[in-house]
Ligand binder design. Structure first.
Ligand code: SF4
Length: 500
């Protein structure tokens, strides 16, 4: 079977990460402490494929592109990167999506800056683009279109844009524009170099077709966009749209038919699903969770906001209600991404004035603490981000973040410090680089390191990777944690600091 359009990505993206989404984040780091092959196996094992090389599970974003093209009558498919050769002999267009092509997003960039070693995701992507089968197909006239959340990175790496022969970069929600671009390429028309899909051109729900094949770890979108307006964020530029329950159910069914028994509800804030403004909709959220649990043994969340964790629980007892629906013999905890960003109310007011809503930004540290306490009690484990070097950051702001970290120390969580990357409304500001690190920043890095190591050991032993099947992975991760602790102590000694 031949496809006119082949959709793919490199191995760090095209993997189900052993069914453990969080292991995929290990690809944002460089392969240190373990050989690179072992790292790749740990965070990005090869997926199962059919006889045509189509993966059983593929990244949700690629599935959405496939759905748009197939729904428009274009002969397209997602193909595993190890099976491109036979398809690129005939395909006319190659579409490549990625979350972080050149490791310029956080946290990849700070692992690179701190260790001096290139992260796996960027190494793997460059290796992929240099595959002989892609180079040969390019010489025969293959059109290459790239996109995804990291599309902006190509503007900084025009050297690779040229080297890899990329024809078009698509920045923004591509569901609609990708059909037009594919038709142009298939008809031999000229392609634009760069396409920016602004908030005004974002597709409506009716213009977003359901996925046709299973997504990695059963991820399904429940909302798109976010209304909170944090100034450093590009998601916020997109309008908020809620998928109706029947659409979500159809996508869960696609995954279940492929044999998946898990579901990740994807939203910038799961508690925002069906909300009026930012007022949660407990009835709809309850229905959504019952629906997902009807099909799947394990149901988790991609992201929540700390403000709605606190508000939903205090007003509606909602964290308790939803975890009561989800927890059973198959599932006893949830991991989720959250954003702390800063412990400073002053900086929160300037840079993310609505992040604490319905509470005032001046109460931000209190909101964070209360939300962490609620999550700890309900076995919801946050992987939280902090941003160092935000524009207008002062020493007192970093000190406030240090104080907040002390107050979070007893709550089960991972806290990942990130360097400011100029995106969203702040895209004209300066990058935060290693040379800008102050003593207080280094103290934040130390506190986050020891906090996360302590809780990672606890999570690994008691919640994540339990059971015999995961023993090799568990051993590898424990070896890696031992390496991190040893290195951390070495660095502390060189800085003349006592271990925390
Ligand atoms: S809450 Fe999260 S997704 Fe929404 S604007 Fe802020 S950082 Fe972006």
């Amino acid at each position: 079977m031949r496809f006119d359009v082949v959709i793919t990505s490199d191995r760090t993206m095209m993997s189900n990460h052993h069914g453990k989404e969080f292991l995929g984040f290990a690809a944002t780091g460089p392969p240190i402490g373990l050989p690179e092959r072992l790292w790749m196996w740990m965070c990005a094992p090869k997926p199962k494929v059919d006889k045509l090389g189509r993966p059983l599970e593929a990244p949700y974003g690629l599935r959405k592109i496939e759905a748009s093209l197939v729904s428009a009558g274009i002969n397209a498919a997602v193909i595993d990167p190890d099976h491109l050769g036979k398809h690129l002999k005939h395909a006319k267009v190659l579409m490549v999506g990625h979350h972080d092509f050149f490791a310029m997003c956080s946290p990849s960039i700070e692992w690179w800056l701190i260790t001096g070693s290139e992260p796996l995701n960027s190494r793997s992507f460059k290796r992929f683009m240099r595959k002989p089968e892609i180079r040969e197909a390019k010489k025969r006239g293959l059109k290459i279109i790239v996109g995804g959340p990291a599309a902006w990175q190509w503007l900084w790496r025009t050297d690779y844009w040229r080297e890899f022969g990329v024809d078009t970069v698509v920045d923004g929600e591509a569901d609609k524009v990708v059909v037009e671009l594919a038709n142009k390429a298939l008809n031999g028309e000229d392609l634009p170099l760069y396409v920016y899909v602004g908030p005004g051109e974002a597709p409506s729900l009716d213009e977003i077709p359901d996925i046709k094949g299973a997504s990695v770890n059963g991820l399904v979108e429940i909302t798109r966009g976010c209304p909170r307006g944090c100034r450093f964020c590009s998601v916020t530029l997109r309008p908020l749209r809620h998928y109706p329950l029947d659409k979500i159910e159809r996508e869960i069914q696609v995954n279940v038919r492929a044999g998946l028994k898990k579901c990740i509800l994807h939203s910038e804030d799961v508690f925002m699903y069906g909300s009026k403004g930012i007022e949660p909709n407990p009835d709809l959220l309850t229905q959504l969770h019952k629906l997902a649990k009807k099909y799947c043994r394990v149901v988790t969340w991609s992201h929540v906001t700390l403000a709605l964790v606190k508000y939903s629980q205090e007003k509606y007892n909602l964290v308790s209600q939803l975890t009561d629906i989800l927890y059973d013999d198959n599932q006893e905890w949830i991991g989720v991404e959250v954003g702390i960003e800063t412990g400073s109310p002053r900086l929160a007011e300037k840079i993310m004035p609505a992040k604490a809503a319905p509470y005032p930004a001046s109460k931000w540290p209190e909101v964070v603490k209360d939300a962490f306490a609620i999550m700890h009690e309900h076995k919801v484990v946050p992987a939280a981000t902090l941003i160092l070097g935000l524009p207008d950051e002062r020493e007192e702001d970093v000190v406030a973040t240090l104080e907040l970290l002390d107050e979070l120390s007893n709550y089960r969580s991972l806290i990942v410090p990130m360097f400011f990357v100029p995106l969203g409304l702040l895209k004209d500001r300066t990058w935060f680089l290693r040379d800008h690190l102050t003593d207080q920043h280094i103290e934040v890095l130390r506190k986050c390191l020891w906090h996360s190591v302590k809780w990672a050991e606890d999570i690994l032993s008691h919640m994540y990777l339990k059971g015999v099947a995961y023993a090799p992975l568990r051993i590898l991760l424990k070896l890696f944690l031992a390496y991190v602790k040893r290195k951390g102590r070495e660095v502390e000694r060189s800085l003349g600091k006592a271990a925390l």
